[in-house]
Write a protein that binds this ligand. Structure first.
Ligand code: ZN
Length: 248
């Protein structure tokens, strides 16, 4: 069987088995906007867009990328993390080294997770990351079981809304990505989220005039924010939205 098909089957199977199901207490929709990897431009262009709209986002960091280049894009510096944290954004975990976690043993997952936790403690002081996003969105039952034990929420990249019985071990999300961005679809999804009292989570990477396939333009990000504001949907960091889902 082709490896890609096997991976897709494994993904479908993994999604079908919730490992941390939480019954939603939401009586109205809530949204989150998140950034994976934290390219330089996410911190320097993306965060100010959120701040102008008085929104706090979630930034999933790989400490191993701080001050480095990843996939040909300059990544954040340590002082960017401090600025994000001080502005009230959530600093969350995206592993230390951005591995395919599906290929790691639990011992290797422990080492990587601890490295990121130590890095954040050294950089930001007493900050505990309670939200996690899977690198490449790659999940397996074993990886999901591991990360669900370590973090309050784990976010994937499988497209969808979070509603009803929500699997906190693999939250669904919607990419704001150049390769597939369609504001009409975003508006439809936001309207559906409002209708169903769902938690709608967006994610992107770099933000700039010429973004990567996985990033977006400033206008794309502003359009999503405007759509959420027009719908009267509150946008909160993943951690705060998760608490609202869980406790009402
Ligand atoms: Zn990533």
């Amino acid at each position: 069987m082709a490896p890609r098909l096997l991976t897709r089957l494994e993904g479908a199977l993994t999604r079908a088995i919730p490992l941390n199901p939480i019954q939603s207490w939401l009586t109205q929709a809530v949204a989150s906007i998140s950034f994976d990897d934290i390219p330089f431009s996410a911190a320097r262009v993306g965060a100010p867009i959120l701040e102008r709209a008085e929104i706090q986002g979630t930034f999933y960091v790989c400490g191993g990328h701080t001050g480095e280049t990843f996939e040909n894009r300059a990544q954040h510096e340590a002082h960017d993390l401090l600025a994000l944290h001080q502005a009230g954004h959530e600093i969350a975990c995206h592993t230390f080294a951005h591995p395919l976690v599906t290929k790691l043993s639990n011992t290797a997952r422990d080492q990587d997770r601890q490295a990121n936790a130590n890095f954040i403690r050294d950089t930001l002081g007493d900050v505990m990351m309670t939200s996690f996003a899977y690198p490449y969105g790659a999940v397996s039952l074993a990886a999901k079981a591991y990360y669900a034990r370590q973090f309050f929420t784990c976010r994937g990249v499988y497209r969808g809304l979070n509603t009803g019985r929500i699997d906190f071990a693999e939250l669904r999300a919607i990419g704001i990505e150049r390769r597939q961005h369609d504001i009409g679809q975003v508006r439809d999804r936001v309207a559906e989220a409002k209708e169903r009292n769902a938690w709608i989570i967006f994610f992107t990477h770099d933000v700039g005039p010429d973004p990567s396939d996985y990033g977006c333009t400033p206008q794309n990000l502003e359009d999503v924010i405007t759509t959420l504001k027009d719908a009267g949907i509150e946008t909160l960091p993943v951690k705060a939205a998760a608490a609202k889902v869980m406790f009402g």
